[in-house]
Design a protein around this ligand. Structure first.
Ligand code: A3P
Length: 345
């Protein structure tokens, strides 16, 4: 009897032990996928090949560990000194375009072990008051990182603000600039939807999109309306090109970032000279949200806030056509300048 019970106990212990070892091996394999090089999809030929670079494996653990704690204000000065952590000026900036998918792009790039994001929009270069505070103020707004990592911030207002290109040039003339664009009419509707939601939250009424976008006197597209002007990408880009060569910009397809983000992110990795580290494992489609969400590791994943991915109002199809026709020549010029073509109408 006693012998039988002992045998049973041994059997149970064996099963439990196997399960525990199996789980540990599974976790190691899963987390390991993040640090493995992934095969690269076909990329734009004008982008240079990434330089071989070693990213310490510990970086990934720190991103959810120490750096995370520091962001929450929980790390000591001693820890910062010990790990040689620094606040670096950004080596790349997502300068726009508003409603192009700037938040999704920043969050997805932050999956890369060598990238650290500034969580908030800093508005240093577009806001005169902030700009007057000086570069050390700006640096102080940056997250802590390891010296080998790169810091990225995003402030979509930069793209359309007159003074910004010169100011960024003065800080760093070789900085890398990312612009994420969507089909211009869709972007304008998205822009309108955001403003509309803000008004509704304050119980205010607001005009219909059609009324804002069409000049009632001329029946033409109202170019004074900001949502229209922002979507004339080439006009803004031309101002930037007075300061930076076109090679310093990378255009991200915001429509493809919604439906198939990985190839877009791999192009950005190459542009930033980073080894390809973001993989399909890091991105999963969430049917409830209707968008891709982020998986950092087996325990930590997140979707973007509900304010990203709003339902757009129905727009009169004749107004949509009018807008598409209006944007068409500007789009052609944009393709010509950037060397990136989209299937926009
Ligand atoms: P809509 O709200 O019009 O759908 P920005 O961050 O520049 O304000 O851009 C917001 C847009 O990002 C959203 O516009 C949404 O379509 C897009 N987007 C792209 N990828 C997304 C993702 N994974 N989750 C949520 N929104 C995403």
């Amino acid at each position: 009897m006693l012998f039988k019970q002992q045998a049973l106990l041994r059997q149970k212990l064996f099963v439990l032990g196997s399960l525990a070892i199996g789980s540990v091996l599974y976790l190691v394999a899963r987390v390991g996928t993040l640090d493995r090089l992934q095969p690269i999809c076909p990329v734009d030929s004008r982008l240079s090949a990434p330089e071989p670079e070693q990213i310490p494996l510990r970086t990934l653990q720190f991103k959810r560990g120490l750096l995370h704690e520091i962001r929450k204000g929980n790390a000591t000065k001693e820890q910062i000194r010990l790990h040689n952590l620094v606040q670096q000026l950004p080596q790349a900036i997502i300068i726009g375009v508003r409603k192009g998918g700037t938040r999704a792009l920043l969050e997805m790039l932050n999956l890369h072990p060598a990238v650290v994001k500034a969580s908030q929009e800093i508005h240093f270069f577009d806001n005169d008051q902030n700009y007057a505070r000086g570069i050390d103020w700006y640096r102080g707004k940056m997250p802590f990182s390891f010296p080998h990592q790169i810091t990225i911030e995003k402030s979509p207002a930069y793209f359309i603000t007159e003074e910004v290109p010169e100011r960024i040039f003065k800080m760093n003339s070789s900085i890398k600039l990312l612009i994420i664009v969507r089909e211009p009419t869709t972007r304008a509707v998205s822009d309108y939807t955001q403003v509309l939601e803000g008004k509704e939250r304050k119980n205010k009424t607001y005009h219909k999109f059609e009324k804002l976008v069409i000049d009632t006197n001329t029946c033409e597209v109202n170019t004074k309306y900001k949502a229209v002007r922002t979507s004339i990408y080439t006009k803004h880009l031309e101002r930037w090109l007075k300061y930076f060569p076109v090679e310093q910009f990378h255009i991200v397809d915001g429509d493809r970032l919604i439906t198939d983000p990985l190839p877009e992110l791999q192009l950005v990795e190459r542009f930033l000279n980073l080894p390809s580290r973001i993989s399909q494992y890091n991105l999963y489609f969430n049917a409830t949200r209707g968008f891709y969400c982020l998986r950092f590791n087996i325990v930590f994943n997140k979707c973007l806030a509900g304010s990203k991915g709003r339902t757009h109002p129905e727009v009169d199809p004749s107004v949509v056509t009018k807008l598409q026709k209006f944007f068409h020549p500007f789009n052609q010029k944009f393709y010509q300048i950037t060397g990136r073509t989209f299937n926009w109408p």
